[in-house]
Design a binder for this molecule. Structure first.
Ligand code: ADP
Length: 517
């Protein structure tokens, strides 16, 4: 079966081999297993249903929510000699009838339809008269309320599936990989967990790094100067931050564009085109920029602020190096970024989402403090399997010696225990630093034996050390109006001297020295 698939890949698409994961997915589908595919944007999801469509008898139906992408896909397929058509609201009644006529005649291998169509019962029963071996559901997260783009019309897919005498095989595809969303898709479409494929998250040409405690403005200026000939995107969390970074670069004489939701649409389009057409090399933007943008030669993506979760980060950072050439993804972290994101999460209309969002925020903060391979961290986060450390990221290339920091870790852990495990990171850092703040005195924490026990470090260094211990899973963060910290089972082992803790030499000190250069 796979031989035929490779032949089609070669004949119609001009590629010689499948990418990692594609062949297993196609094989699974051809064995009539309902399948869930989680692959990042650009990973090559379409081939996973287009090739089976060519191998199977009948018309494969593809449900796809984006009208503009639907037309592009169909045009592309038709120009490669594949019989494809689409039905959406841009077609007239007569045009729809023509397409359905061709489908009934067996002239169409791939039929793309907009999910809204499924709300029309007559249309669905017409569809059920056709031989459909495979139903592909693109952007499958739209079926889940936990997804970022829930579309009620996607729920009609469940009824549609029961209309055929022979149920089509289902292939659901998405780039959204959170546990909750994929579990929801599995449940709603009755796909077995063992038929879920998470693949393609590794990007071999991207080098990730996180900089802590850096002077962000100075760093950005220095970086864009050193990379003046290259195209890059600088993401910031708020419109205000975009304006200020833009101003700073503009005043420093750089040709720069900006993009955020507070601008007039025509200004946004103008700025976007300047960047896409290589008239300016630097784009400063909020996360509003990038959807559907296909600029392949972006050499770097800098994050002026930490995004709210790993999904957003990887999607934005992943806009670097689409052409496969080496590119950099640098995140400039400061602890105030956490406050900004907490504030933004707290504005959510749907209060029930807040705990999930906070959990994701913690994973993002952990990414900023881990000393593991950053690429492996990302791949693990998405549930894909990292074969080995990347050897390119800031952590893999960081040759500072490791220090045994077990004693300092014990001091922090012990302080958390003595404070009753009921306080947050900042308060714990204040007590360890020996602060005489009102709150510290109010709770009598200046009388604890752990008070001021890390006086040798400044408050920022202690906070950063606590974050590191969180990323090492020695400390647990509990959400609530005021997040608190407690020690984990592993933390207890460290406290009892059964486990040791190692860390590279302090980063903050070094980063500050560099910024002052
Ligand atoms: P996704 O839907 O996951 O965002 P696409 O299906 O649009 O990704 O594929 C992204 C790009 O990768 C397309 O240009 C596609 O032609 C290309 N591609 C897919 N599979 C292969 C392959 N096996 N070999 C080479 N290129 C591929």
């Amino acid at each position: 079966m796979l031989q035929e698939a490779i032949k089609h890949l070669n004949t119609y698409f001009g590629y010689n081999s499948f990418r990692t994961g594609q062949s297993q997915i196609i094989e699974n589908v051809l064995q009539k297993q309902d399948t869930l595919v989680i692959m990042p944007t650009g990973g090559g999801k379409s081939v996973c249903y287009q090739i089976p469509a060519l191998c199977l008898e009948g018309t494969t139906v593809v449900i796809s929510p984006l009208i503009s992408l639907m037309k592009d896909q169909v045009d592309m397929l038709v120009s490669s000699g594949i019989k494809a058509a689409y039905i959406n609201s841009s077609l007239s009644y007569d045009e729809v009838q023509d397409v359905m006529y061709a489908v009934r005649n067996g002239d169409i291998k791939l039929l793309y339809i907009a999910p809204e169509r499924l709300e029309n019962e007559r249309f669905c029963s017409e569809l059920a008269q056709i031989k459909v071996p495979l139903l592909a559901i693109d952007e499958a997260h739209c079926i889940s309320q936990w997804g970022h783009d829930f579309r009620p019309s996607y729920r009609s897919i469940q009824q549609l599936l029961h209309l055929w005498n022979v149920k089509p095989t289902v292939i659901a595809l998405t780039a959204t990989a959170t546990e909750e969303v994929s579990a929801d898709i599995q449940k709603l479409l009755s796909i077995e967990k063992s038929n879920t494929f998470v693949t393609g998250f590794a990007r071999e040409n991207l080098a990730f790094s996180v900089l802590l405690g850096e002077n962000k403005e100075a760093y950005i200026k220095k970086y864009v100067k050193a990379n003046e000939a290259e195209a890059g995107i600088i993401y910031a969390a708020t419109r205000k931050a975009v304006e200020s970074v833009y101003e700073m670069l503009y005043k420093a004489g750089f040709a720069v564009a900006k993009y955020h939701g507070g601008m007039f649409e025509e200004d946004r389009t103008y700025e976007q085109n300047r960047f896409l057409n290589d008239e300016v090399q630097i784009m400063v933007a909020t996360n509003a920029f990038g959807m559907g943008i296909n600029k392949t030669n972006v050499r770097y993506v800098l994050h002026y602020n930490m995004p709210r979760n790993m999904e957003s980060y990887y999607q934005e950072a992943g806009r670097a190096g689409r052409d496969g050439l080496d590119s950099e993804c640098i995140l400039l972290y400061s602890s105030s970024d956490e406050q900004t994101q907490r504030f933004l999460i707290d504005q959510a209309q749907d209060r029930s989402r807040i705990p999930f969002e906070l959990e994701k925020l913690h994973a993002m903060i952990d990414y900023c403090h881990t000393e593991r391979c950053l690429q492996s961290y990302i791949i693990d986060y998405f549930g894909d399997e990292a074969e080995q450390d990347c050897g390119r990221c800031a952590n893999c290339t960081d040759d500072r010696p490791q220090q045994n920091v077990t004693t300092d870790a014990q001091k922090v852990l012990s302080c958390i225990v003595r404070m009753g495990q009921k306080f947050g990171k900042q308060m714990t850092a204040s007590v360890l630093a020996g602060s005489r703040s009102k709150k510290v005195l109010e709770f009598n924490f200046h009388k604890l034996p752990t008070y001021g026990i890390l006086r040798g470090m400044n408050a920022k260094e202690i906070s950063s050390f606590i974050e590191f211990l969180i990323s090492e899973k020695l400390i647990i963060v509990h959400n609530g109006q005021f997040p608190t910290i407690s020690i984990s089972d592993l933390g207890k082992e460290v406290l009892l001297g059964k486990e040791q803790v190692f860390r590279k030499e302090a980063r903050i000190v070094q980063a500050t020295v560099e910024a002052n250069d």
